[in-house]
Design a protein. Sequence first.
Length: 114
Amino acid sequence: MAQLEIAIPVDQITDWANFHDVFQRALGFPDFYGRKMDAWIDCMTSVDAPTDGLSKVTVQPGEVLVLRIDNPFDFKSRCPEQYDALIEGVAFVNFRRTAAGQPPVLALLLNGNP
């Protein structure tokens, strides 16, 4: 299975506003991005549909976008709500897609030691 790996600079996340700033910059979410988890889920669900215009970072249908999270344990201790939302959001995107008969499109790489 082909994949594209993108490092998400979670060290820049301190609150919800930063969470959405970081993902909008890293993945090229549009200017009209709603900056809520529902909007995040919508953008991430469409990463293999560039014509949707919800992300500048895209993969081909059947490929997976890997979100690399360096120092995940630091991120979890500093921002537990955002960390949990990221885990749950990725799971929901893949659930939503598989429920619609589409393959999963996201993976998390938690890169670091506890």
